[in-house]
Write a protein that binds this ligand. Structure first.
Ligand code: NAD
Length: 263
């Protein structure tokens, strides 16, 4: 018996087995949910298809979230396949390399539009289509990062996209709440993934944050998956409009110095 037995989930953002979306998928499957996957582009099929096959996932659909038509099509297929949807996971982000790192003042207009479109706006049409299928209520989750609130080196345009995403989460939570649909952001600390590798100096940031984070241990995809299970389950049924940190307590720090640093 899993705590998500009988629930249907649709997860956007699996690129490979290191994706946070895959960590969430594994946790949802473990707890008994039926999961469908959506991935961005053909080039990812060689990684996504074998993962799906090995886990008996039969709903695997391509969707570039910059396209309203493709988003609509994937939810139409999800309706045919699942009938009802209970859980939606948005683990999708992109920014052009030139707009990460470098000087913030140099962020380009085109980079800004693309990063905000893919990483923030896309949650709105996804939630709209998901809500039509969440006839028994539901739980929608989007992946954010602490750079939404505090300045993190090199996140630049992605930080702005995350701020927008977290506010979209709050507005959706109010809009969809009366239909019994909860909307929350999950904000993990740094995890080594494909998207993270695009942030210049990410490895150093990972090392540094492990050194100063109160819990001192690395954050894993599984850690995020377990919090997603809680939010997807009835245990989280009164949690909405929230940003939940899975960062070992990092966001509580004012000065990020250890005792040794202060000697
Ligand atoms: P990832 O590269 O595995 O996942 C990012 C996904 O976004 C990929 O599957 C990619 O194909 C998808 N994507 C990009 N453009 C798309 C488009 N146009 N249409 C559809 N999909 C598209 O990396 P990840 O770290 O697992 O990222 C997942 C989420 O977690 C992102 O929102 C990211 O910002 C967030 N996050 C990551 C970290 C971290 O340290 N890795 C920390 C906090 C938040």
């Amino acid at each position: 018996m899993g705590i998500l037995d009988g629930k249907n989930a649709l997860v956007f953002g699996v690129a490979n087995n290191r994706s946070i979306a895959w960590g969430i998928t594994e946790a949802l499957l473990r707890e008994g949910a039926a999961v469908g996957l959506s991935y961005a582009a053909e080039m990812l099929e060689k990684r996504v298809f074998p993962l799906a096959e090995a886990n008996n996932i039969s709903f695997v659909e391509k969707c570039d979230v910059t396209s309203d038509e493709q988003i609509e099509a994937v939810f139409a297929k999800a309706k045919d396949h699942f009938g009802r949807l209970d859980i939606l996971v948005h683990a999708v982000a992109f920014a052009p390399g030139d707009d990460l790192g470098g000087r913030f003042r140099d962020v380009s207009r085109d980079g800004f539009k693309l990063a905000l479109d893919i990483s923030a706006y896309s949650l709105i049409p996804m939630a709209r289509h998901a809500a039509d299928l969440m006839t028994g209520g539901g739980s929608i989750m989007a992946l954010s990062y602490y750079a939404a609130e505090k300045v993190m080196p090199r996140y630049n345009v992605m930080a702005i996209a995350k701020s927008a995403l977290e506010n979209i989460v709050r507005y959706l939570a109010v809009d969809l709440g009366p239909e019994g649909i909860r909307v929350n952001a999950l904000s993990p600390g740094p995890i080594k993934t494909l998207a993270a590798a695009g942030v210049p100096g990410f490895r150093m940031m990972l090392k540094y944050s492990e050194k100063v984070t109160p819990l001192r241990s690395p954050i894993t995809q599984e850690d995020v998956g377990n919090v997603a299970v809680f939010l997807a389950s009835d245990w989280g049924k009164q949690v909405s409009g929230e940003t939940i940190y899975i960062d070992g307590g990092y966001h509580t720090l004012g000065l990020t110095a250890t005792e040794e640093d202060l000697q």
